[in-house]
Design a protein around this ligand. Structure first.
Ligand code: NAD
Ligand code: UGA
Length: 456
């Protein structure tokens, strides 16, 4: 029986391995992590991450051929294939701080694998890594005297949070990079076989290792660039009475452009877009490519501008003072259907509102606990209230920051009636019926559309 070990039981390691275990009952999959709480949670009824449909996938395989454990060394020793899916955040110290990837967790794994392995293994980079990391990994793995052979593959993950199960079950493509040597190609075929248990062959792309590594950073950069591009246009729409949704629709019907990732918003969040673009910027700079570095950095700069523009719009439209005013935040997660708040635009918005001395009430169906952690330094000015009606009660303004579908279905007459007047609503996701809100009596502000106001 083939044995897989995955190091890292996070947003990627947990769901990807659960899917492999579900689809390949003849493979034993063990996910290991140093975080005991996380490992315990994966084995409970309360999974450590919220992801629609994931409970069923885990339940089907757990204890059959899917195991979670804190025994990292044993997991490695037993495995034929080791996936490394640890976090690779932006470095916060030393050379490349604020831009480069922090590879310390990843390197620790490489050292551990080398230290404890007694048989040949395929090592799969699942984490998102700078291009040519596999080379460094091979150096670590093959340093010293050991006769054990490691073959390193790159198999970046393209799942998006909130749709992880569907993305894993039916991906646009799976990408596997391997060396163009006989042992590299053999390892690559082994992984292709595993995925072809449920993914059509034509959607399993193979490439050289460097192309696979770089494709992951490039995919995220292109996706984020689309969001920044439409957000840049949203600012111009507000100045010219064009409507950003109409513009997005008009350009998205051009099959060369396509309709996806053209929703103007308060900005993109999530643990990866910003980190991966900055990593790309750092890579370009380290190869002396300043213009490509500047080009990609602008995508992040645009995103920061969009977040700040939203807060400034709130402040200016509320008569340039929000000190002491209650402001209800609807949604703190970085997108709908996840409790993840990493790099959520809501963090910046709440901090800036707090800096203006507003009294902020945060509401979210899944992310309240994470919101408390993100806003630990502003807790005095924050209230947390799961029920959106209670959050809006007595508020001067409501700001929609996450596109939870629940927010479409609220009784906005009830929300309006409970608020201070004039009652402002700032739709940072362009997801509500603005005319209906205006007819109720709200002052309505959105992204890239004219404001609707009763004020003279
Ligand atoms: P995460 O922080 O949720 O999980 C990483 C896990 O690795 C943590 O539980 C941590 O305890 C564990 N870990 C760290 N060092 C370890 C060690 N030495 N031994 C054992 N366990 C260790 O991160 P994530 O969101 O799952 O992301 C993992 C990687 O996948 C990152 O490189 C990220 O860029 C990439 N990625 C993430 C997503 C996403 O949607 N979150 C999608 C595609 C790719
Ligand atoms: C993104 C990519 O979509 C995945 O392919 C990739 O694997 C993943 O990053 C990763 O490497 O971590 P994710 O960040 O989970 O996935 O979510 P997205 O759906 O891409 O949304 C990212 C952000 O952009 C969210 O804040 C979302 O609200 C925002 N967004 C997205 C917009 O503002 N407008 C859009 O049109 C689309």
């Amino acid at each position: 029986m083939t044995k897989i070990c995955c190091i890292g039981a996070g947003y990627v390691g947990g769901p990807t391995m659960a899917m492999i275990a579900k689809k390949c009952p003849n493979i034993q999959v063990t996910v290991v992590d140093i975080n005991e709480k996380r490992i315990a949670a994966w084995q409970s009824d309360d999974l450590p991450i919220y992801e629609p449909g994931l409970d069923e996938v885990v339940k089907e395989a757990l204890g059959r051929n899917l195991f979670f454990s804190t025994e990292v060394d044993q997991g490695i020793i037993d495995a034929d294939i080791v996936f490394v899916s640890v976090n690779t955040p932006t470095k916060t110290f030393g050379e490349g701080a604020g831009c480069a990837s922090d590879l310390q967790y990843w390197e620790l794994c490489a050292r551990r694998i080398k230290e404890v392995s007694t048989s040949d293994k395929i090592i799969v980079e699942k984490s998102t890594l700078p291009v040519r990391t596999a080379e460094a990994m091979e150096r670590v793995l093959h340093s010293g005297q050991s006769t054990v052979h490691f073959e390193v593959l790159s198999n970046p993950e393209f799942l998006a949070e909130g749709t992880a199960v569907a993305d894993l079950e039916n991906p646009d493509r799976v990408l596997i990079g391997g060396h163009e040597t006989p042992s590299g190609q053999k390892a690559l075929q082994t992984l292709v076989e595993i995925y072809s248990n449920w993914i059509p062959r034509e959607r399993i792309l193979t490439a050289n290792v460097w192309s696979a590594e770089l494709s992951k950073l490039t995919a995220n950069a292109f996706l984020a660039q689309r969001v920044s591009s439409i957000n840049a246009i949203s600012a111009l729409c507000e100045a010219t009475e064009a409507d950003v949704s109409e513009v997005a629709h008009a350009i998205g019907t051009d099959s060369r452009i396509g309709p996806k990732f053209l929703k103007a918003s308060i900005g993109f969040g999530g643990s990866c877009f910003k980190k991966d673009i900055l990593n790309l910027v750092y890579l370009c700079e380290s190869y002396g490519l300043q213009e490509p570095a500047d080009y990609w950095r602008q995508v992040v700069t645009m995103n920061e501008y969009q977040e700040m523009r939203f807060v400034r719009n709130m402040l200016h439209s509320m008569f340039n003072t929000i000190a002491g005013k209650r402001i209800a935040i609807f949604g703190f997660a970085f997108k709908a259907d996840t409790g993840d708040t990493r790099e959520s635009p809501a963090i910046k918005v709440c901090r800036e509102l707090a800096a203006e001395r507003a009294s902020v009430v945060v509401s979210d169906p899944k992310a309240i606990e994470n919101a408390k952690i993100e806003l630990a330094e502003e807790l005095e000015q924050m209230e947390f209230e799961e029920d959106p009606y209670a959050a809006a009660n007595g508020a001067h303004a409501v700001a929609i920051l996450t596109d939870w579908k629940e927010y479409k279905e609220l009784d906005y007459q009830r929300v309006y009636d409970s608020m201070a007047k004039p009652a402002f609503i700032f739709d940072g996701r362009n997801m509500l019926d603005h005319q209906a809100l205006f007819d109720i009596g709200f002052e309505v502000y959105s992204i890239g559309k004219g404001r609707k106001t009763h004020l003279k």
